[in-house]
Design a protein around this ligand. Structure first.
Ligand SMILES: [Fe+2]
Ligand SMILES: [Fe+2]
Length: 304
């Protein structure tokens, strides 16, 4: 077995401390200080403890019997996670030859995972009237995102850096809480940001491979493969609530100033998006969408 294959297996085994956890209904509440899933979700979002963000206690099994909508506006941030300085951006290809810059790139991806995990909790709290299987699905995705964070953290350590060595920008948090409904939430986070990540992950995996970091490339590919299920989860619920995966309907459910323009990378990964349930006409419209002179506009669909 080659060196990186061995190392890849070792990292995946270590991350098995955070295996995909089945989230199933149960008949009793759990200890650990949180009496129900809602309390756990709120605690996770608001915590300012880095170890809680990376390795929270197992969630309780039960939802609260009844609750009103709680719309958190910002997450707790551990002191280790400082705001990015001006000009501190994801490095370009040339810089990725240096482990420091690869770690910085993965740190940005780890922070995306953190925000996704927190925002799944946000939606559990914001939409208490939603279908229980949808809310249970949100919790399952949240636990996946936490596991992804740990895969990135492991490789960041391999590259000689630590979580907190680079600044963060809570961009998802600036946008997602403006979602007024569960439909807007799946449109923005699952079908928008997570779907775009399918493109970015494929893109950066190729860049890492070019820079000689096969292990880093494989970790990103593994996470991207798992993200297809998250995009599929969002798309399935969008279809159920709106009656189809229609591009125009999706664009209408993106709260301004978001538009399809910022919801994909290049090139669009048709095959992965198709596996997530996005039909060809949706992908064609996404690919040919251009914003109008004043921002939001009617999507332009090119002739076949
Ligand atoms: Fe993820
Ligand atoms: Fe995800």
């Amino acid at each position: 077995m080659s060196g990186f294959s061995e190392k890849f297996r070792e990292i995946c085994n270590r991350a098995a401390r955070y295996p995909p956890r089945a989230v199933s209904p149960a008949s009793a509440s759990e200890p650990n200080g949180c009496p129900d899933i809602e309390a756990w979700a709120e605690h996770y979002v608001c915590s300012t403890d880095l170890s809680t963000k990376l390795d929270p206690p197992a969630p309780p099994k039960l939802f609260r019997v009844s609750m009103s909508s709680l719309r958190l506006t910002a997450p707790g941030r551990p002191p280790e996670l400082r705001a990015a300085r001006r000009g501190e951006r994801t490095p370009k290809q040339e810089a990725l030859d240096e482990p420091h810059y690869r770690a910085r790139t993965l740190h940005a991806f780890l922070h995306h995972e953190l925000q996704a995990a927190e925002l799944m909790c946000w939606a559990i709290l914001a939409f208490p009237e939603a279908e229980p299987e949808f809310r249970r699905g949100l919790l399952g995705v949240c636990l996946d995102e936490i596991r992804h964070m740990n895969l990135y953290a492991e490789h960041i350590a391999t590259l000689g850096q630590r979580v907190g060595d680079f600044g963060i920008r809570d961009w998802f948090w600036k946008r997602v809480p403006s979602c007024r409904s569960k439909v807007e939430f799946v449109a923005v986070l699952g079908m928008g940001l997570e779907a775009a990540n399918l493109e970015y992950a494929a893109n950066f995996a190729a860049k890492f491979r070019l820079a000689g970091d096969e292990l880093g490339a494989r970790i990103q590919e593994r996470i991207a493969a798992e993200e297809v299920a998250h995009v599929g989860f969002a798309t399935r619920w969008f279809v159920r609530w709106t009656g189809g995966c229609d591009f125009g309907a999706w664009a209408e459910h993106l709260p301004a100033p978001l538009s399809p323009w910022v919801m994909h990378g290049k090139p669009i990964v048709h095959e992965a998006r198709r596996r997530a349930g996005m039909p060809d006409d949706f992908l064609k419209a996404l690919q040919s969408y251009v914003p109008g002179p004043k921002g939001r506009t009617v999507p332009r669909v090119e002739p076949a």
